[in-house]
Design a protein around this ligand. Structure first.
Ligand code: PRX
Length: 658
């Protein structure tokens, strides 16, 4: 730790609350504390504020249709097009020359798209897709990294009413196949590769391997040539080069298809407690209104801002807060292809300085890495353009919060710690930066119009200071509508725990633990299901377990999250070798490879621990809590209630000797 960091820590250590800086409040989009009461008193009509940020082809008749709860519908009767809202209307309003996307490749090349140029690109690709035979409601899979063709493809899909399903480029071939199979998706847009730490990374071979696992016919695959001569690739029979296809449609304009507010805008797969990922369905009207509203009220975005969310578009954060929300507001959104430490650890701050970024939104795991690297990296750059900072994806510890506040924000930028999920579509629990004080480590109160509570196992609200579970007691426009083709799982996963079906009272259960304080500020404690959060990325332990037991020589496995200084949580695998197999380095490597093949590098185990037995309760349930404690190096307490207490010491010895 540098001298500066140490004195900073000493100065701010005791401070538990921070006022929003005056300079920020003076210009903020939302400053009236009365907004909380106004939304509560006028619920659900308050959500017209969100809908008013959009241009509708046909006005909606009803704000909320709750006759078939929990299959809620929002802005029913309304019609609109998301790509029109993110592009055409800004051009029609005279902002065609404003920058829409400021893109930077890892090697340093840049591409700037004005709103008018982006509209042209989207029009051309929409015509291309249509010419390939993509119809309204066909799901198009986009398996792409952070290159401009990804948001172009998303908006092109939205333009012709074809829902997209973006698969994070870091996911494995198997993960691609699973998602294409689940969505019955017959079209794929991908690329030859991309750059990571200066190296050309082959993506097309992984794509082709994934396609072999698709169990239906894939009509067409469009391949962006990102790497040129750095990676030569051949195209298969139904594969087309992006540029060549688009060249045939240059100058085409495709009228945006008017979509019903409730029509699907996209599908996003996320991990759950079973091995099968969940296809979260988001709609056109409610989702777009909600992301635009939260971009306006929480991220304080204005059209003339330069805004940067450093997430990957392959996750929900990128969908909502790189593409749809910011672009609906006509702002400049920054996209960066690569890693934050290439060529050096000041890369992000160099991008902030050069682009005069006003608003920066990232994950606590990144902040913890910046903190570890030291303040000399941000100190090399002028970050005074920044006005607001945000975090998302996992709990932020107060120390990391304070480091971010001081070293990046220079104590002049509020921080919004935004709690939400793939399923919620947009932010749910966070301070409004022009209204509330900030408490490091605590996300804040629920947003206006959001009835989030912290309850006990019976659904009663807990006292201040007590731990409980987050619930959301009223619907909201950005909510998921169902799980794709699986209404039953939708009800079971999210609504069963706390709802009173007889009384038609529906309560959404996000499966997060939390505490609430006397001011109604909610501190998120983490997932309470078998889902772990690695570097802000959600992974299902069951998915990883099924990859591990798929490895030859493994009889049984348990996967848990253990505490990790930078990643928040890391993956720990406990595995029992099959009879006749030894716990060798080779088996260990094959377990790691099995996880990489089935999910991807984000799920790479921190450690694989072989054991002849897993700790089990007398009824035979694996004691996951105990395995988590071992992985985190916590005190194990009393283990005598186990069926096999002796195994615990053996495992703990192995972990601590690693
Ligand atoms: O546990 C919560 C955590 O991330 C989960 C949602 O993961 P995902 O659907 O992948 O979406 C991540 C980006 C929105 C939540 O159930 N989480 C998200 N934001 C926060 C958080 N935990 C604490 N504080 C947050 N601000």
């Amino acid at each position: 730790m540098s001298q500066d960091d140490a004195s900073l820590e000493a100065r701010l250590e005791e401070q538990e609350a921070f006022e929003p800086p005056e300079s920020f409040v003076e210009q903020a989009n939302v400053t009236d504390p009365g907004i909380y009461d106004e939304f509560e008193e006028n619920w659900p009509e308050c959500w017209e504020h969100a809908a008013d940020l959009l241009s509708w082809d046909d006005e909606y008749d009803t704000v909320l249709e709750d006759g078939n709860a929990p299959f809620y519908e929002w802005f029913t009767g309304g019609r609109l097009n998301a790509s029109y809202n993110c592009l055409d209307r800004h051009v029609e309003d005279g902002a065609g020359d404003s920058t829409a996307i400021e893109w930077e490749g890892e090697l340093g090349e840049t591409r700037t798209y004005s709103y008018a140029e982006l509209l042209d690109e989207v029009g051309d690709f929409a015509a291309t897709l249509r010419n390939l035979g993509v119809d309204e409601d066909d799901v198009v899979t986009l398996y792409m990294p952070m290159i401009p063709e990804l948001p172009i493809a998303m908006l092109a899909c939205a333009r012709i009413g074809a829902p997209h399903s973006v698969v994070f480029a870091g996911f494995s071939a198997d993960a691609l196949a699973t998602r294409m199979n689940s969505a019955d998706s017959e079209y794929l847009v991908t690329c030859d590769g991309y750059y990571r730490r200066g190296d050309a990374l082959d993506h097309i071979s992984k794509t082709n391997e994934g396609l072999e696992g698709v169990d239906h016919e894939v009509s067409d695959v469009v391949v962006v040539d990102r790497l040129g001569d750095d990676l030569k690739h051949d195209l298969g029979d139904n594969q087309h080069d992006y540029d060549e296809l688009v060249a045939d449609h240059e100058g085409s304009s495709v009228e945006p298809v008017s979509r019903d507010a409730e029509d699907m805008l996209f599908l996003m797969y996320t991990s759950g407690t079973t091995g099968q990922p969940k296809g979260v369905k988001h709609t056109t009207g409610g989702y777009l209104a909600y992301t635009a509203w939260t971009s306006h009220a929480v991220l304080d975005i204005e059209a003339d801002d330069t805004y940067w969310c450093s997430a990957d578009i392959g996750w929900i954060t990128g969908h909502s807060y790189i593409v749809y929300g910011p672009m609906a507001l006509g702002t400049t959104t920054v996209m960066y292809e690569g890693t934050p430490d290439y060529p050096d650890k000041d890369r992000l701050w160099e991008i902030v300085e050069r682009n005069e970024v006003d608003i920066f939104y990232t994950a606590p795991t990144a902040i913890r890495a910046f903190m570890k690297w030291g303040s000399e990296y941000p100190d090399q750059h002028d970050l005074s353009s920044l006005r607001l900072l945000g975090t998302v994806g996992e709990p932020i510890n107060p120390r990391a919060w304070k480091w971010y506040y001081t070293n990046i924000g220079d104590e002049a930028c509020p921080i919004v710690d935004t709690w939400w999920q793939t399923e919620t579509g947009g932010m749910m629990i966070t301070t409004l930066p022009g209204v509330n004080i900030m408490k490091p480590g605590s996300a804040g109160p629920p947003l206006p119009g959001i009835d989030a509570r912290v309850v006990d196992a019976q659904g009663e609200e807990v006292e201040a200071g007590q731990a409980g579970y987050v619930t959301v007691n009223n619907p909201w426009p950005g909510m998921l509508r169902t799980l794709y083709n699986n209404d039953e799982r939708f009800i079971n996963e999210y609504w069963q725990e706390y709802s009173d079906e007889e009384a038609d009272k529906w309560v959404y259960f996000p499966e997060d633990g939390a505490k609430i304080d006397d001011d109604g500020y909610i501190t998120i404690l983490g997932r309470v299901d078998d889902v772990i959060n690695v570097s802000g990325h959600r992974l299902g332990t069951m998915e990883i377990e099924s990859a591990v037991v798929g490895v030859e020589g493994v009889a049984e496995a348990a996967v848990v999250g253990g505490e990790h200084e930078v990643k928040g949580e890391a993956v720990y695998v406990y595995a029992i070798p099959e009879d006749g197999y030894e716990p060798t380095d080779d088996l260990q490597e094959r377990v790691v490879d099995g996880v990489l093949d089935s999910i991807g590098p984000i799920a790479k185990p921190e450690d694989v621990i072989f054991t002849p037995e897993l700790p089990k309760t007398r009824s035979g349930k694996i004691m996951r809590r105990l395995l988590e404690d071992i992985a985190s190096g916590n005190d194990l307490g009393n283990t005598s209630t186990l069926r096999n207490p002796e195994v615990v010491d053996d495992i703990a010895d192995q972990v601590s000797s690693d």
